[in-house]
Structure formats: C-alpha cells, structure tokens
Design a protein around this ligand. Structure first.
Ligand SMILES: Nc1ncnc2c1ncn2[C@@H]1O[C@H](COP(=O)(O)OP(=O)(O)O)[C@@H](O)[C@H]1O
Ligand SMILES: Nc1ccn([C@@H]2O[C@H](COP(=O)(O)O)[C@@H](O)[C@H]2O)c(=O)n1
Length: 202
C-alpha cells in the first residue's frame, strides 16, 4: 500500500488536489482519509462549548485513532472512518467503511505535525497558496458549504486560523517531498504527481 500525505493550510486546495489526483486512477485502486474525520469526539460538550474549540491546534485531532486506522489498513483490513459534521462541530453517529487500497491518500492541515504519522507516508505533498487567497477561498466555501457567516469566519481567522497556521502548519512544509504552488489551478503539478503514483504502482 502506497500512503500519500497531503498537507497545507486551510483553503490551500488540498481536497481539490486530491480529487484531481484520483480522477486518473481506477476507482478500486485508491481511497481517501480526511484528517477532519479524526477531530476528537466531543459528544460530552454542548454545542456552545464545541464552537469555542481551537480546531487548528494539533490537540484537536485524535491522532492515536488515525495511527491505529492506518496500521489496520496496512495489514489489509478495513476500518470504520468516522464521519464529521462541520455544522454540529462533532462526529456524527455514522462511519464510512474504508477498505485498504493500493493507494491511500491522507489529507489534512496538521498531518505532518505528528512524527509517527509522518513516518508512515511514502510521499509527502504540501499544497501552498498565499494567505489572502486562502482566506478568500475559505470565506466563500464556509459560507456556501459549512453553514458559517462572514463574521464567524473572520473572527476564527484572527483568533486561531492565522496564529495556528504560522505556529504549526507552515513549519511542516520542510517535511514535504513535493510542494505544489496552488494560487492558480496547477495542472502540471497534478500530472507529475499522477505519473509518480502510476510508476510506483507498476
Ligand atoms: N487553485 C484554485 N484556484 C481557485 N480556487 C480554488 C483552487 N483550489 C481550490 N479552490 C477552491 O477553494 C476552496 C477551498 O478548496 P479546498 O480544496 O476545499 O481546500 P482545503 O481542502 O485545502 O481546505 C474550494 O471552494 C475550492 O473550489
Ligand atoms: N468544527 C469545525 C472543525 C474544523 N473547522 C475548520 O476546518 C479547517 C480544516 O479543514 P480544511 O478542509 O479547510 O482543511 C480548520 O482550519 C478548522 O478551523 C471548522 O471550521 N469547524
């Protein structure tokens, strides 16, 4: 199993890059694990308490469960990937059955901050976009898809997104094998990554 880690700041385009990469692969050859599925289970908290969580700090992620799930997949067994609700700020009661595949892609803002998970990646990719571009994309996406309003996104950007990005996410760029500049759609970089994956699959 080839495990590919794709990190980068929020709004850098990780999910979009993942979708472009897997487009060219056979459906049964590849699957995706999102770090967002591994936000800590906070069912014991009220919604008001959950809203206040710093979702950009490594402590917000259940990395132990992610490590365990990657190890299970490596042994050839399926896992039940948690499903996350951005409106509830919590895991749902549903899970996504995820089978081991020739290529497993793990994507998320903080995945390169964890040394054990970092070691499990065969290829580490960091998607870069400038902070103003990321903020604009995040605003549009969170309002359209994640039930947020302008005030909420801007407030979170100032209090947690920006400082956490500088402290935890940007420094992990140094671990990347490949950095994809993604201020614009970068089809050349996607072609290169697809070629590398196809070569490794032979
Ligand atoms: N290169 C790009 N140029 C313009 N918009 C983009 C680009 N990549 C992604 N987007 C858009 O920006 C938003 C955030 O992208 P997404 O892939 O969800 O980022 P991430 O997973 O890193 O948070 C989405 O609405 C997506 O359509
Ligand atoms: N309940 C939550 C949980 C996370 N976030 C934000 O999601 C971002 C990570 O996801 P990307 O797809 O953008 O990489 C992260 O910056 C968290 O602030 C949230 O808004 N609500």
């Amino acid at each position: 199993m080839l495990i590919i880690g794709i990190a980068g700041g929020t709004g850098s385009g990780k999910t979009t890059v993942v979708n472009q990469i897997i487009n060219q692969l056979q459906h049964d050859e590849v699957d995706v694990i999102s770090q967002d599925s591994y936000y800590q289970d906070t069912s014991h908290l009220t919604l008001e308490e959950r809203v206040k969580i710093n979702f950009d700090h490594p402590k917000s992620i259940d990395f132990d469960l992610l490590v365990e799930h990657l190890q299970i997949l490596k042994t050839g067994k399926s896992i039940e990937q948690p499903e996350y609700s951005f409106t509830e700020h919590n895991r749902t009661k549903e899970t996504i059955t995820t089978k081991p595949r020739k290529v497993m892609i793990v994507e998320g803002i903080l995945i390169f901050t964890h040394p054990e998970i970092r070691k499990m990646f065969d290829i580490k990719i960091f998607v870069h976009a400038d902070s103003d571009e990321r903020l604009m994309r995040r605003l549009k996406r969170d309002i359209a898809e994640r039930g947020r309003d302008l005030h909420e996104v801007v407030d979170r950007y100032k209090t947690t997104l920006k400082p956490m990005h500088q402290q935890f996410i940007e420094p992990t760029k140094e671990y990347a094998d490949i950095i994809i500049p993604n201020n614009r759609y970068n089809t050349v970089a996607i072609d290169i990554v697809q070629t590398i994956i196809k070569e490794k699959l032979v």
